[in-house]
Design a protein around this ligand. Structure first.
Ligand code: ADP
Length: 397
């Protein structure tokens, strides 16, 4: 296939997700996931030209996994790999766009680990393994936070003493930037509007969920904050709570900070409310069969999402459209419908047939005539990371 090839890598503490992206194609010739790295059960799942494969990696490290990947990437790219794009969760306030991974940049990412103690060190394990194996290729970091660096101070500052911001970087950063950027650009393209003169509300709804207000291609506000715990109800994360709740739990139950953080990030959200599952599909089915707790979890999820979108509207001079994306946003017509039902003042009206049709990767307008535009746009973070990597390579020439 003609066109340049970029390998996109999303490295977690025990996993590496990868996709080979060709600039001329929306689908990936090679993609997969190495999981449980560092254990006896390490496995590599991948699909090459649509065919699925699985192999055991027995105790493999990240570097071992990259070594296994190397010949596959060579084959799938016909020996022409042009660069590697790494997803890095937190760029702090330092990175406003994708950046080439130099030793200096790696150091800054390492220092931002205080803001993302789980994610940044895991991302760097992947970066280091990949640099060791591909020393001659340009390698680029694409940050989840970078897109939101255009937020004004009134959106990113917390009302806490100033020195916490100036000396300790306590502010709102926002995440899912790669997805919000990709989806807002696609929404403009889809609606035949110029990106630089268009205004969007985006709801990215997956296991982690966030809303974003995008004006003329720039993020003006978003629901996640210092960490990805702020904002919406998510699969296992509480989202917004009374800031006094941790104190209350400590005083009344004797819980320490580690316990409180674990409960709010791993046992709350849809899982906490329903006592059943963090998975929206399971909850929709259970609700249909009369499970009241599943119904309540869905109602809280949609109401809080509607409230967040209504709040985000304060950042927009006008509304060109509301966009749903992410696993839930792209597939759950009932969630889209319920969320809009909680926003009566916006006069959203759905075309029920179009709403039902937009599942499993189908993009489209789901609003009825006379309603503000509502769209479903499947996100493609890998492609966006590859596009940003390619843009940086273009600038290097
Ligand atoms: P992640 O944030 O991990 O990338 P995804 O974007 O894949 O997650 O979203 C996962 C969520 O999407 C899960 O809650 C899952 O139940 C939900 N989902 C996927 N398909 C459907 C569907 N057909 N109907 C409702 N929810 C769905």
């Amino acid at each position: 296939m003609s066109g340049r090839n970029i390998l996109v890598i999303n490295s977690g503490s025990s996993s590496v997700k990868f996709a080979l992206v060709n600039e001329n194609s929306d689908s990936f010739p090679l993609q997969g996931l190495a999981e449980r790295l560092g254990t006896e059960d390490a496995v590599l799942n991948w699909s090459f030209e649509g065919e699925k494969h699985l192999t055991s990696l027995h105790g493999a490290t990240h570097k071992d996994a990259f070594e296994r990947l190397l010949p596959m990437v060579q084959k799938a790219s016909h020996g022409q790999l042009d660069g590697i794009g790494h997803r890095i969760v937190h760029g702090g306030a330092h990175f406003t766009k994708a950046t080439e991974l130099t030793p200096n940049v790696i150091e800054v990412i390492r220092n931002a680990a205080v803001l993302a103690p789980l994610h940044n060190p895991a991302g760097l394990i992947g970066v280091e393994a990949s640099l060791a194996l591909y020393p001659d290729l340009p390698q680029i970091a694409v940050f989840d936070t970078a897109f939101h660096q255009s937020m004004p101070a009134r959106a990113y500052r917390y009302a806490v003493p100033e020195h916490l911001y100036t000396e300790h970087h306590v502010r709102r950063y926002g995440f899912h930037g790669t997805s919000h950027m990709y989806v807002s650009r696609k929404a403009a393209e889809f609606s035949k509007l110029p990106v630089e003169d268009s205004c969007w509300l985006i709801a990215h709804l997956g296991n982690g969920s966030s809303t974003c207000a995008v004006v003329n291609g720039e993020s003006r506000d978003t629901s996640m904050g210092l960490t990805p715990l702020e904002g919406l109800v998510m699969g296992t994360r509480s989202g917004d709570i009374d800031p006094s709740l941790p104190n209350h739990l400590h005083r009344t139950l004797g819980w320490d900070l580690a316990k409180i953080e674990s409960v709010l990030t791993k046992e709350s959200g849809l899982l906490g409310l329903s006592g059943l599952s963090n998975d929206m599909r399971t909850l929709l089915e259970a609700s249909q069969s009369g499970n009241d707790k599943a119904t309540l979890a869905i109602e809280v999820f949609c109401y809080r999402l509607a409230k967040s979108l209504a709040g985000m509207a304060c950042a927009l001079p006008r509304l060109d459209g509301l966009v749903f994306t992410g696993g839930i946003g792209e597939n759950a017509d009932a969630i889209r419908e319920k969320t809009l039902s909680y926003m009566p003042l916006f006069n959203f009206k759905l075309n029920n047939e179009a709403n039902k049709k937009c599942i499993r990767g189908v993009a489209g307008v789901i609003s009825a005539e006379g309603s503000p535009r509502v769209l479903v746009i499947p996100t493609n973070e890998e492609r966006q990371i590859a596009l940003e990597t390619l843009a940086l390579l273009n600038n290097r020439k």
